[in-house]
Design a protein around this ligand. Structure first.
Ligand code: ZN
Length: 105
């Protein structure tokens, strides 16, 4: 699930338009970092000109910006412990222990 982001930052790119497009890509979704199997909730990080870009909600570090294709949007349920806690979600252990499937928006 999820497709790499094709956009790559170029000097003539309008930063505001780029940031808006990035937020649009991740709106209502989750993200993975590169090939990591961990799914993070989407937060944002300060970029330039007072703009923000999508980033792991837990502020997990990664090299580069989403623009470079390091962040991959996904609709998978968040598996990052920190992100789940930040979003007020039960731990995966609790969730599986209850034997219920969660519908996460
Ligand atoms: Zn996370």
């Amino acid at each position: 699930m999820g497709e790499p982001i094709a956009l790559f930052p170029v000097p003539e790119l309008d930063p505001a338009a780029f940031a808006a497009a990035q937020h649009e890509v991740f709106r209502g979704r989750k993200l993975r970092i590169g090939r990591s199997g961990t799914v993070h909730a989407v937060g944002e990080t300060e970029w330039i000109n007072g703009l923000t870009l999508p980033a792991p909600a837990c502020h997990q570090g990664w090299s580069g910006l989403g623009a470079a294709g390091d962040l991959v949007p996904t609709d998978h349920e968040a598996t990052c412990r920190k992100c789940r806690r930040l979003r007020g979600l039960p731990s995966l252990e609790e969730a599986s222990g209850q034997g219920t499937l969660f519908t996460l928006g």
